[in-house]
Design a protein around this ligand. Structure first.
Ligand SMILES: Cc1ncc(COP(=O)(O)O)c(C=O)c1O
Length: 405
């Protein structure tokens, strides 16, 4: 073990007993160069952040330019920050008509919190609804929405009331009533095990919210900005929510979240009282400059379409394994889930794939499902490398434990 890794284990707060622990020296494109002398293919894009891979010149150039102009100059919302305004305007152009105002935050969970506050303020109601398997972040209210009771339990009581409903079940939507301020939904669940709902579910959800006067919040933190083969996953369903929440890829590799809505929705946070929802660092100039540069590349290079094509090839490749341990494979764009019959096998498969120098992981709320979400800029040769590594990992994960190195 290197000295740096010892210090990591000693001084950096740990999130589990089993961190992946790769010691990254530098990262370029889809590859991480590590202290063990090996290069690893980043097949999870830093959990959905690195849509353009690492060190993209457009992002680095925008960062250098912004660094020379200024870093932080004032808390959010007071000064006219060029990079912030330009990113907000561009998002407003690209989001569905009517969603033309953006509130920037530092992270996904923080954007969820802001969206919930806006919904309470606009509707005057207290309740929220969310779905089994959902993941919306780990701050208190975002956690209250979590669709995995094991993660909620140690931290209760959490803000609420929250009604938890089965995902992709039109019949359950009748429980959403006029006590509900907002329903929060991932248009495709990622941590829930890459669950892709039927269009009828998302449309019925929109109708139910309209009927009872609840706001509909789409959590596109992971699905947004090309990942699913469309710029926003909402396009697959032809449904316009009241609030769209973004983060992950939004900052081009820097921390940035946003909740985006109609004027009147976000105006509710600016009065009674004024300054009722503020942040120091939200929409940091560096994050916005990097995010805008990344977004322009995603749009100009049609990376959403590329994700569709590469995602299809990835799905075909995995289906070609014909492995009896695999219960199913599903995907939308470059968000692919491999569902195994057995969680222990899934975990062995992940470990063996990482040992073969391809970084993947399982999903938080579905331990039999392994998630693949590489950069949208993935090269064909990288795709082949990953398929080869996963094919060999399947074989070695099958070997009895004593025979494995
Ligand atoms: C769908 C979804 N929503 C919200 C979040 C929380 O984002 P953050 O970790 O930036 O707080 C995540 C993070 O993984 C996520 O996948």
């Amino acid at each position: 073990m290197t000295e740096r890794k010892r210090e990591f284990l000693r001084h950096v707060a740990q999130t589990s007993d089993a961190p992946m622990g790769l010691e990254v020296l530098d990262a370029r494109g889809s590859w991480l160069r590590c202290a063990d002398g090996r290069a690893y293919l980043d097949f999870i894009a830093g959990i959905g952040v690195s849509a353009l891979g690492h060190g993209h010149p457009a992002v680095l150039g925008a960062l250098e330019e912004q660094m020379r102009r200024h870093l932080h100059v004032m808390v959010y919302g007071e000064y006219v920050i060029d990079a912030q305004v330009r990113l907000a305007r561009r998002l407003a152009e690209l989001l569905p008509d009517g969603i033309e105002r953006v509130y920037f935050t530092n992270s996904g969970a923080e954007a969820i919190e802001g969206a919930l506050k806006a919904a309470r303020k606009v509707t005057g109601r207290a309740g929220f609804a969310a779905f089994d398997g959902a993941y919306h972040g780990d701050t208190m209210a975002a956690l209250a929405l979590s669709g995995n009771p094991a993660f909620r339990a140690p931290f209760e009581p959490l803000p609420g009331p929250v009604l938890h409903l089965p995902y992709d079940d039109v019949g359950a939507l009748g429980a959403i009533d006029s006590t509900i301020a907002a329903v929060v939904v991932e248009p495709v669940q990622a941590e829930g095990g890459v669950r892709i709902p039927g269009a009828q579910f998302i449309r019925a959800l929109r109708e139910r919210c309209d009927r009872v006067g609840a706001m509909l919040i789409f959590d596109e933190v992971l699905t947004g900005l090309g990942r699913t083969g469309r710029l926003f996953a909402l396009e697959h369903f032809a449904v316009v929510p009241d609030i769209v929440v973004l983060a992950k890829a939004l900052g081009g590799g820097l921390p940035l979240g946003a909740f985006c809505a109609r004027d009147e929705t976000l105006a509710a946070l600016a009065h009674d009282p004024p300054l009722g929802h503020i942040t120091t660092f939200g929409g940091h100039p560096l994050s916005c400059a990097a995010g805008l540069a990344a977004l322009e590349v995603i749009v100009a290079e049609r990376l959403a379409q590329r994700a569709q094509r590469m995602g299809r090839e990835l799905l075909e490749g995995i289906r070609g394994f014909n492995a009896p341990e695999i219960a199913g494979v599903r995907g939308i764009g470059l968000l692919v889930g491999i569902e195994f019959h057995d969680a222990r096998f899934a975990h062995r498969f992940v470990a063996e794939t990482v040992a073969n120098r391809v970084v993947i992981n399982w999903t938080l709320n579905a331990d039999r499902v392994v998630r693949l979400a590489p950069p949208l800029t993935l090269e064909n040769s990288d795709l082949e490398f990953a398929l080869d590594a996963m094919g060999r990992a399947l074989a070695s994960a099958r070997e009895p434990v004593k025979d494995r190195v």
